[in-house]
Design a binder for this molecule. Structure first.
Ligand code: PLP
Length: 632
């Protein structure tokens, strides 16, 4: 297992067990030995025929472990609880989970359920996400935050305001200055007092791949000038008390606590300034960025590793906020974080199968096979004799040179029609034989895997992110080969030839189709965040609408011959296992409760008003489910 560094990236959830398989320790370090779950047994159960008690499913397969999710959430919470207690910090930690990291229904529902005792909330970044966050949080703690980030139009802001009517703790985080006018206008129209946050562009910059969101030129957030204008406008509108949260996000995978402390301290100073300007500040939301150690090196030297533990992360955050606020005698804020990667990465494992492997040395010829070259092909024969002599002398350098020359000459001969295909194959075989004899052959095989890299590991293709990939069995046998992985798609980018540890191939076992069991299963680990969510419906935006337009001689010179609307919010939610009809009912029911029971209506008029309001809320929710997620 040391070959694959399982102890590094896998701890405390994945271990190589005594049968040579990978076991999952669902409760992390709290797992008792009898609670370990052997991944190979899961695969056998899931893929086995129904007639013998299996589920008859095919690979590839994502296996989710809700216990791991629970453990991650609890570890995060207790890391902050501990830092807060030990540093005498005078408030609490109350995190949110950014649903974009994995919007799967059961992941989100589990997080709300597991986190409700410590008021854990959700972060949404688009309209379908806020719909799903609202309906999930109806079953969670009423104090839990629903942080509303992302680009917002009137419909998004109305949904967030409606959330407050439903007694959900929605916070509208301004990402762009223009959003403020909409918030002021709609909150007055809907008669809701909003809770407003603002996202600041910090000067602290995270220089890794994931840091492009940080710094003054980052994509999101308000500059200092804009923040000052927002405060002024809120004051003029009599709404400065609504501004209660300061948010920033300097990028995912923050490599070190020193960068983290810098960013948090800058934000904490901004927080203190907002307090001084009269905002009723309560929460500092430090965004995501809590990294995980994909390569197990704990070095923080690349995007693949971070040089801190959960505990050290929490300590650094709490210390920075405390020091800055104490300096300005500002009451300690509630600390919120939006950790996605750190919560969901470990809980799912992608399992796939290597179905075949090429054999580069299919035909190994020996010098004796090459007699034909001596007939009629003088140049090739000269090359061959040079090579032969070099082999006899043990002169490896010349061997490499003559192998190249011989191959080149023979390819030319083939193109000219002088050499037959069998002869060319024999030359290739001879060259392989020589290279192997002098220890210079390329031992890397191509293993074909039944997977689409684009669908299941999009970041590997898109941003060269690496994940631990390991056979989930045979770890007690020495791998006899090295391989790269080639996926099923007809696209040459659909391959994996970089692995953690900087390797360009992976130690793999030879495929043994005739042996017992015969199949060879690999697992990709730590991919529970982003990978599923990116595969097509990132942030639940779904596909665009599609039309077919043909030239036509009518009044417009064209005719739309087919129009297919893009997916609605309901459609994309359904794709992540949610049931939009049920969600709509949940929210409608909540609205009914809130609106018909709040004041014990007296007059007939008031009752009518309540009915009207309820009908409006229901209609606007219904519209939001049926519209496309893009800005209107
Ligand atoms: N919050 C915001 C605003 C983000 O953009 C992101 C992701 O980039 C996150 C939270 C989650 O970050 P992470 O996965 O690093 O925890």
């Amino acid at each position: 297992s040391s070959l694959y560094r399982i102890d590094g990236w896998g701890a405390p959830y994945f271990i190589a067990n005594s049968s040579g398989n990978i076991s999952v320790r669902p409760h992390g370090s709290e797992t008792l030995p009898h609670q370990d779950i052997d991944l190979l047994k899961i695969v056998k159960k899931v893929t086995g025929p129904k007639s013998s008690g299996g589920l008859g499913l095919q690979l590839p397969l994502i296996v989710r472990f809700p216990d791991v999710l629970k453990n991650r959430l609890e570890c995060l919470q207790s890391a902050f609880d501990y830092a807060i207690k030990s540093q005498g910090y005078d408030s609490h930690y109350q995190g949110v989970y950014p649903v974009k990291c994995n919007q799967d229904r059961f992941v989100v529902e589990d997080i709300v359920k597991f986190g409700s005792s410590f008021r854990f909330g959700l972060e949404a970044g688009s309209k379908p996400e806020i719909l799903l966050a609202m309906s999930c949080l109806c079953k969670g703690s009423s104090d839990a935050f629903l942080v509303c980030n992302g680009f917002k139009d009137a419909e998004y802001i109305s949904l967030a305001l409606l959330g407050r009517k439903l007694a959900l703790n929605t916070v509208i985080v301004l990402e762009q200055e223009e959003e403020l006018d909409l918030v002021i206008e709609l909150s007055q129209k809907m008669n809701v007092r909003p809770v407003i946050g603002l996202r600041a562009k910090l000067r602290t910059k995270h220089s890794g791949h994931f840091g492009s969101t940080s710094g003054e030129k980052g994509k999101f957030g308000l500059t200092t000038t804009q923040i000052v204008r927002v405060v002024r406008k809120l004051r003029q509108s009599g709404m400065l008390d609504c501004l209660q949260l300061l948010h920033f996000h300097i990028g995912s995978q923050i490599p070190s606590t020193s960068l983290l402390s810098d960013g948090v301290a800058e934000a904490a100073q901004l927080y203190c300034e907002l307090v001084r300007l009269g905002a009723h500040m309560k929460v500092i939301d430090i965004g995501g960025g809590l990294g995980i150690d994909y390569d197990g090196s704990k070095s923080g030297e690349s995007d693949l590793s971070v040089a801190y533990s959960l505990e050290e992360y929490a300590e650094a955050v709490v210390a920075s906020v405390r020091v800055v606020c104490d300096r300005s005698s500002v009451k300690h804020p509630v600390i919120c974080s939006e950790s996605g990667r750190a919560i969901v990465s470990h809980h799912s494992v992608l399992i796939f199968e290597a179905v075949s492997a090429d054999k580069p040395m299919v035909h190994q010829a020996t010098p004796g096979d090459i007699q034909f070259l001596l007939e009629g092909n003088e140049e090739a024969r000269a090359n061959y004799e040079d090579l032969y002599a070099a082999v006899m002398r043990g002169d490896h350098e010349s061997c490499l040179l003559y192998v190249d020359q011989l191959k080149q000459r023979c390819v030319e001969g083939f193109k000219e029609g002088v050499l037959s295909i069998e002869q060319l194959a024999s030359v290739d075989g001879l060259c392989e034989w020589v290279l192997k004899a002098i220890g210079a052959s390329d031992p890397v095989h191509t293993y074909n895997i039944n997977l689409s890299v684009f669908t299941s590991i999009p970041d590997l293709w898109g941003i060269d992110q690496l994940f631990p990939i390991v056979p989930i069995h045979k770890l007690d046998q020495r791998p006899g080969a090295r391989g790269i992985l080639s996926d099923l798609t007809c696209d040459s980018d659909g391959k994996i030839n970089k692995f953690i540890g900087g390797e360009s191939s992976l130690p793999l076992h030879e495929l043994d189709k005739n042996g017992s069991g015969g199949r060879y299963f690999l697992g990709m680990f730590l991919g529970g965040a982003y990978e599923e969510a990116l595969g097509g419906v990132h942030n639940l935006f779904g596909g665009p609408s599609v039309v077919r337009v043909s030239q036509s001689d009518g009044p417009h010179s064209f005719a739309v011959t087919r129009a297919v609307p893009g997916q609605s919010s309901a459609d994309v939610l359904r794709a992540m296992q949610h049931e939009p009809e049920l969600m709509f009912q949940t929210l409608k029911h909540r609205a009914e409760e809130m609106m018909h029971t709040k004041g014990g209506s007296e007059g007939e008029n008031e009752e009518e008003e309540e009915d009207d309001e309820f009908n409006n809320v229901a209609a606007s929710l219904d519209r939001s489910f049926h519209n496309m997620p893009y800005l209107a």
